[in-house]
Design a binder for this molecule. Structure first.
Ligand SMILES: Cc1cc2nc3c(=O)[nH]c(=O)nc-3n(C[C@H](O)[C@H](O)[C@H](O)COP(=O)(O)O)c2cc1C
Ligand SMILES: O=C(O)C(=O)c1ccccc1
Length: 394
């Protein structure tokens, strides 16, 4: 489009989305858990890292192409899984899917999609990778059916979200008594066999209120899920690579390797689960070190600028995912808006690469960033009550 009034950055898009969205839906998208410390930290921490750009290199050709899980992709920027895109726009996940395909971005589809997984993947252009996000239910046959459907439909990886055995407490939703509009359907649960399950896995949101929504989520979710009983079970029902989403520590990264996962997403669920958890860009270095090039490491949370993507790549992320920016774009103008959000970030990444003297993703390494000194030191109780430093640098 030659003449338009599209916002010029993600922050402007956020303000526009806030104006057009109904208050309850806005609150649900925006909110973090409890005091929202982690939600704020995700964004703020990126600003504490600084760039170390190199000059007088031929930057006439910039490529963001890379490989993820061994497959070529146009960009390391992808779409994180989010529940209920139709809260933002009636085009929902189908519109997001077309936007992601147009940008060459991987899309991770939420279990709680308001569009069926088959319809979402049918919007792709053949080049785009789709990954399926999974919540595991007490009735594992419900989850198993979803996994098998996703594999059959052509999803390339399974993303197991591990930071939400129950939902975090979002005060905004509690105050608003947020209630998703009853006409929306969780379309992955339309299968009559699943919908009639006595445990009550329903495609209907009509029963929900802010408290029952969270409670139903908790009541159906399998809180006994563990490294030992989760990953091997998934491996027995699918040949898709398994990626665990919600990892923040070196310890859990090593466990992901031991259990044969293909990758981890460093994530704190956009600050919506455990408030006070470390910002994702601060957790990334310890995860990358523990991953030791054996598995891929991705990151999401607070990415609002191309330079944020660049910083995450420099610290060892193979790809970076965004959630709220895409939802804001969708709320602003459906597919066009969702694409605009991705395109803004994509162009900003290319600009950051150009001005830093890097022409390929593989050139972006730690030498291009300054880390803040002594960022978050972890202590364990030592002898005679003297704390022992566990990790001096993160
Ligand atoms: C409205 C909303 C819904 C979400 N739903 C899911 C979900 O269904 N499954 C999941 O694994 N993560 C979900 N997330 C977490 C995102 O995948 C992601 O980890 C986080 O939001 C990234 O941070 P950002 O919003 O700052 O980009 C959701 C996040 C938001 C904001
Ligand atoms: O809101 C969320 O963060 C989330 O992950 C979720 C997913 C499904 C139902 C409710 C919340």
């Amino acid at each position: 489009m030659e003449f338009n009034n599209d916002p010029v950055c993600i922050k402007d898009l956020e303000k526009l989305a806030m104006r057009v969205m109904p208050g309850g839906a806005w609150g649900y998208y925006d909110s973090g858990a409890n005091g929202e410390q982690t939600k704020r930290d995700n964004e703020d921490s990126f600003s504490e890292y600084r760039l170390h750009p190199r000059m007088l290199r031929d930057v006439s050709q910039i490529s963001t192409e890379t490989t993820i899980l061994g497959q070529k992709v146009k960009t390391p920027l992808g779409v994180a899984p989010c529940a209920m895109h139709k809260l933002a726009h009636p085009g929902g996940e189908a519109a997001t899917s077309r936007a992601a395909a147009k940008n060459g971005s991987i899309m991770i589809l939420s279990t709680y999609s308001t569009t069926s997984l088959e319809k979402v993947i049918a919007q792709g252009n053949g080049d785009t990778q789709y990954w399926m996000q999974l919540y595991v239910y007490q009735n594992r046959s419900v989850s198993e059916k979803l996994v098998r459907r996703a594999e059959k439909a052509g999803f390339k990886a399974l993303v197991l979200t591990v930071d939400a055995p129950v939902l975090g407490r979002r005060l905004v939703d509690a105050r608003n008594k947020f209630n998703p509009p009853p006409h929306l359907r969780l379309e992955n649960f339309m299968d009559p066999e699943v919908a009639n399950d006595p445990a009550g896995y329903s495609s209907s949101l009509a029963y929900s209120t802010s408290e029952t929504f969270g409670a139903t989520f908790g009541a159906n979710g399998d809180q006994t899920l563990s490294w030992a009983n989760g990953i091997s079970w998934l491996k027995s029902i699918t040949s898709m690579p398994i990626i665990v989403k919600g990892i923040l520590t070196a310890e859990d990264t090593r466990l992901a390797i031991e259990h044969g996962c293909a990758g981890v997403i460093v994530s704190n669920h956009g600050g919506r689960q455990l408030d006070g958890a470390l910002a994702t860009i601060d957790a990334l270095p310890q995860v990358v070190e523990a991953a030791d090039d054996k598995i891929e490491v991705y990151l999401d949370g607070g990415v609002r600028r191309g330079s944020d993507i660049f910083k995450a790549l420099a610290l060892g992320a193979r790809a970076v995912f965004v959630a709220r920016p895409v939802l804001w774009g969708l709320a602003y103008k459906g597919e066009h808006g969702a694409y605009h959000a991705l395109d803004l970030l994509q162009k900003e990444l290319e600009l950051t690469m150009t001005l830093s003297g890097t022409t390929k993703v593989s050139e972006i390494d730690e030498s291009y960033v300054y880390r803040p000194a002594n960022r978050w030191i972890r202590y364990a109780p030592g002898k005679n009550g003297n704390p022992k430093k566990l990790l001096a640098k993160l």
